[in-house]
Ligand binder design. Sequence first.
Ligand code: ZN
Length: 286
Amino acid sequence: MQVLLGAVFVALVVSGALPLSSDGKPGSGVARVNRFDGPAAWRLVKMQVDLGPRPAGSAASRKLAARLKKLLPHGHYQAVPGGLRNVVGRVPGRERGRYVVVGAHYDTKDIPGFVGANDGAGGTAALVQLARQLRPRTIGPAVVFVAFDGEETPRGVPDDDFLSAGVRGSRVAARVYRRAQAMILLDFVADRQLSLPREGSSDQTLWARLRKAAQSAGVGSYFPASSEETIEDDHTPFQQRGVPAIDLIDWDFPCWHKTCDNLSAVSERSLDASGEAVMGLLRTLG
Ligand SMILES: [Zn+2]
C-alpha cells in the first residue's frame, strides 16, 4: 500500500516488552466469543509462509491460488490482466441481490527472501477462515470473498505509481462488484503488537460498527478510538466506485516490506482478534 499526504511514518522500535492492554495501546485481550477458529487460521498463515516468497506471477503464487480455490466455498478464479488471477469464494445470504465484499491480497512484495507473514499471509488466512466458518443464509447479504492478486507493485516500479501499477486484482474486482453494499479489507491484521485505529479513508459508519462488534466479541482493546493516516490500498478502487469501504491495517508495523515480516512478526492471538471482530461485524449486517 501507499501512504498519502506525504506523511512521514516513523517505525516504533519494538521493545520486546509484553503487549500493553490499556486504551490506545496494542491489545492483549483474549476473545470472549469463539466464532472464528484462531488455530485453524494460524495453520493457514504457516501454510503460506512455508511456500516461501509468493510474488504475483510466480510459481509459488500459482500454487497458493490453487489451494485457496479449493479452500474457499464455491472457489473460482477471476482473470486479472498480465496473467494474474483473483481467487473468489461466496457464502449466500438470505436476500437476493445484496452482497458485501471481504478482501485481502495473497501476493507478496517481490523482495528476495520476503515471505509476508503479516503483509499477505495474515489477511488471506483470516479471509479464508471467515469464508469457511460463516454459515450460508445466516445474514441478509451474500458475502463475496476475494483474495486479490497483484496488490504489490512489481519490482522496480516507484511507489508513486501504486494505484496504476499495483492493486491490480482489486481494480478488476471493484469493477465486477461495484454494487457491493460494503467492502472490508484485511491487510495487516496479524502482527504481534496489533493495534487497529481507523485508517484515515475508511468509512466512519462501518468502522464504528466494527469497533462495536470488536467490543462485543471481547477484543475491543485492539481497536483504539483513534485514526491513522489515509492509506491507498485494495479498498481504494472500491471507494472510487462509491462503495463504502474499510481497511484493517496496523500501519505501525516495523517489518513492513522487510524480511523480518516472517512468523516471528505475527501471532495467533492477534489474528484471532481480527477474525472475531470481522465475524462479529458480518453478523450485524442483518
Ligand atoms: Zn506490502
